[in-house]
Design a protein around this ligand. Structure first.
Ligand code: SF4
Ligand code: SF4
Length: 512
């Protein structure tokens, strides 16, 4: 029962645990009523607000850089214009749901080309695997939207309430008018950021300047207000208040990533063989050689955005943002010891260093087989997508034969089949397109806009810019024609002379 290994690490919790199990502290007088059993330990730990301290250093600067780039991309992209001529929208990145198009600079994706989007999503997934395999949870530490917005909100905290100690003091202070005013002001800034975040999102789905104007003159569609409302509320709550709890308790990615890490993955590690036993500079001066490099200053804990102590070993709460490396390196510099007591390292390198080998550069750890395999797959899919984009046709034809009736006998004995053709002109200009028959000797073609008397082997039709023209087509073959396959061929009548064809069936009497 009193095995010390069973006791929780937290000393306060340890005392409560001891009292609960042994009854220590209960009245001992004989004959008195026994004390009621203590209340059970709560299942959930009370949330402790993390007041992380400001730090400067290479990793912090890199985080600034990633934050500015990602936020700039998110907020600015819908405002970038891209000239596609008079018949297409001039927004560089646009998800045009009404017309079922996705525009990205010079690329326009049609619904039947969704495989490009699927390919990009697969690349994004493999990219995450690649990053995890190479540099551990770098996505979580630098580029995940939850990390970026949490970081932004933490800077607002610092701006309004001051650094770590001032914020902790203010948190504990009673609710005075000044504290309330400060809080309201801060929450107003949170709300402005959250609103800008939700507002920017809808601009990707319509012409940004038009929607912006309509939104503020209350002329936008209700779905725009609902989307902005939901995104504002979630950004305000998740970034402003829940912060690291989203990473620790809500997000599945840390669990998946943990399963993907191996002994060759880079993680942020405290080098306990170098740091332990901990002791202040004074103690180390009194007893040289008795203490490790860690002076137990807790700077690494103070700067951590998730409030953990990396010296307790790798933890799921660690998003590998490396701010503790910056903090500890600064301490090491100040006390004249070598940097890297906390550092990016693989478990394999840690074992080697523990055995006395010199530290290996983190860059060398990037080149291991799994990373190279992921890079190869990622690059292969990217090249295949680029190739498919380069050779894709801007003329497309689909054919659906009528099933019922499969054919009709005309007065002169010829056999007629009907088809629905979809002629796609994927250029941002109107084009003349020739639709012709290939095979089926003696057959002629007419459409819902071309009379039967003008039937011929081919006809030219105009298809509007960026449009699909649906055409009812009729094909008549001489009496005695057997059931057989033939093709419709669509050719653009311009300098590109792009062509697409679609094979289909001509039904005739006597067919199965
Ligand atoms: S910052 Fe470095 S020296 Fe200070 S407690 Fe953390 S590991 Fe030890
Ligand atoms: S322990 Fe270090 S790397 Fe991990 S989250 Fe905290 S500061 Fe970032």
């Amino acid at each position: 029962m009193n095995n010390p290994d069973d006791q929780p690490a937290n000393p306060g919790a340890g005392q409560r645990w001891e009292k609960a199990v042994t009854g220590a502290g209960a009245p001992k007088a004989a004959g008195r009523k026994p004390a009621p059993p203590p209340a059970p330990e709560p299942l959930y730990e009370k949330h402790q607000t993390v007041h992380n301290q400001r730090i400067n250093g290479p990793f912090r600067r890199f985080k600034w850089f990633v934050m500015l780039v990602t936020l700039a991309i998110y907020y600015v992209t819908p405002w970038i214009r891209w000239d596609r001529g008079p018949y297409a929208p001039d927004q560089a990145v646009l998800v045009d749901l009404a017309n079922r198009r996705f525009y990205m600079f010079g690329i326009e994706i049609w619904p039947h080309e969704f495989y490009f989007v699927a390919g990009l999503l697969i690349m994004a997934g493999i990219g995450l695997f690649l990053v995890t395999s190479a540099v551990g949870r770098a996505w979580c530490g630098y580029a995940c939207p939850q990390t970026v917005w949490t970081d932004l909100f933490q800077h607002v905290d610092r701006l309004v309430d001051g650094d770590r100690n001032a914020r902790a003091r203010l948190d504990k202070a009673p609710w005075t008018a000044s504290k309330l005013a400060r809080r309201l002001f801060k929450w107003l800034i949170y709300l402005a950021i959250a609103f800008a975040t939700g507002g920017a999102w809808i601009l990707y789905f319509a012409d940004a300047p038009t929607l912006f104007r309509e939104f503020f003159t209350l002329q936008a569609a209700p779905v725009a207000y609902a989307t902005v409302g939901v995104l504002t509320a979630t950004t305000f709550t998740l970034g402003g208040f829940m912060r690291e709890q989203v990473c620790i308790y809500m997000c599945p990615w840390p669990r998946i990533q943990t399963a993907m890490l191996d002994e060759k993955s880079l993680i942020v590690t405290y080098k306990d063989w170098r740091g332990e036993p901990r002791g202040s500079v004074k103690k180390a001066e009194k007893k040289p050689g008795a203490y490790g490099d860690c002076i137990d200053c807790l700077q690494c804990v103070a700067v951590c955005p998730t409030g953990i102590d990396i010296r307790e070993g790798p933890q799921i709460d660690c998003i590998t943002c490396a701010l503790c490396i910056d903090a500890c390196d600064r301490v090491m510099k100040d006390i004249g010891r070598p940097r890297g007591l906390i550092d990016y390292a693989t478990l394999e390198d840690c074992e080697a260093e523990r055995a006395g080998e010199p530290p290996r550069s983190a860059w060398k750890a990037l080149m291991h087989p799994r990373t190279l395999i992921y890079s190869g797959i990622w690059g292969g899919i990217g090249i295949a997508l680029l190739f498919a984009l380069g050779v894709r046709n801007h003329t497309d034809l689909t054919v659906s034969p009528d099933r019922n009736p499969p054919f009709m006998l005309l007065r002169d004995g010829s056999v007629r089949n009907a088809y629905t053709l979809k002629l796609r002109n994927m250029e941002s200009r109107p084009r003349d397109m020739e639709i012709a028959l290939d095979g089926l000797p003696g057959a002629v073609l007419w459409t819902d806009t071309i009379a039967q008397t003008d039937a011929a082997r081919s006809h030219v039709l105009e298809v509007g810019p960026d449009q699909t023209r649906t055409v009812r087509a009729y094909v008549a073959a001489p009496s005695g024609t057997a059931r057989q396959n033939f093709s419709f061929v669509l050719t653009s009548r311009d300098e590109q002379a792009e062509q697409d064809s679609s094979e289909t069936l001509f039904n005739a009497p006597g067919g199965e």
